[in-house]
Design a protein around this ligand. Structure first.
Ligand SMILES: Nc1nc2c(ncn2[C@@H]2O[C@H](COP(=O)(O)OP(=O)(O)OP(=O)(O)O)[C@@H](O)[C@H]2O)c(=O)[nH]1
Ligand SMILES: [Mg+2]
Length: 199
């Protein structure tokens, strides 16, 4: 997909602020520090999304309006799930914000769920993915930070994720640093936008 323009539209803190204008939305979710914001910058080919070495950086539901020559979409950067180093009330508030969004956003077509390729999946990942699926939203599981592993570790990690998450095939692995897997990710996002079921 060709992008002609990307603009930050708003950071929503409640479902009332979520755009409800019929433009399809694709959201990016995963544990804090999984690389959601970096991946969006890599897709957009510009540093429009704030990232930081400090996990828990993204707190709002951030909407980016993406224009391609034929269409418009929102790409949505969600707060990280399960970040331990914020207060329990803040963690609960963010979990509720995500849950409300996933359950109530009319135009949400699918969620790209990022997992750091070096981790096999945590309890919070399994729980969150189950929650999204029970809300009827398709989930595309994607392994992030592929550049962090050597070839044999990479092969083993993808196999492990397939087994742990009972996937029909090995997950797509991407790197925001080297741009590995980004063309394939576009194809998968296109399928979500066109209503294909995943994972
Ligand atoms: N080597 C490498 N580092 C990455 C990659 N993607 C992200 N990072 C680094 O991982 C850290 C976290 O990245 P973010 O994109 O902020 O992660 P996030 O999932 O948005 O984090 P929260 O906003 O806290 O939920 C940053 O230091 C990034 O530079 C990648 O593909 N390769
Ligand atoms: Mg972020």
């Amino acid at each position: 997909m060709q992008i002609s323009a990307v603009n930050f539209v708003l950071g929503a803190v409640s479902i009332k602020q979520v755009p409800n204008d019929g433009i399809p939305q694709i959201a990016f979710l995963g544990r804090s520090n999984a690389g959601k914001s970096s991946l969006l910058n890599a897709i957009f080919k510009k540093e429009i999304v704030k990232i930081s070495k400090q996990p828990g950086k993204t707190r709002e539901i951030n909407f980016f309006l993406v224009n391609s020559p034929d269409n418009s979409y929102y790409f949505v950067d969600l707060p990280g799930v399960g970040y331990a180093k914020v207060s329990k009330s803040m963690r609960d508030e963010m979990a509720n914000r995500i849950k409300n969004y996933v359950e109530k956003a009319h135009d949400l077509k699918g969620i790209v769920y990022l997992l750091d390729i070096r981790h096999g999946g945590h309890q919070i990942d399994f729980e969150t993915i189950t929650g999204i699926k029970s809300a009827g939203i398709p989930v595309l599981l994607v392994a992030s930070k592929a550049d962090k592993l050597n070839q044999s570790e990479f092969i083993a990690a993808k196999k492990r994720l397939k087994e742990n998450f009972c996937l029909p095939e090995e997950p797509l692995a991407v790197s925001s640093k080297t741009k590995k897997g980004l063309p394939e990710l576009w194809k998968e996002i296109d399928a979500l936008l066109n209503g294909a079921e995943n994972a």
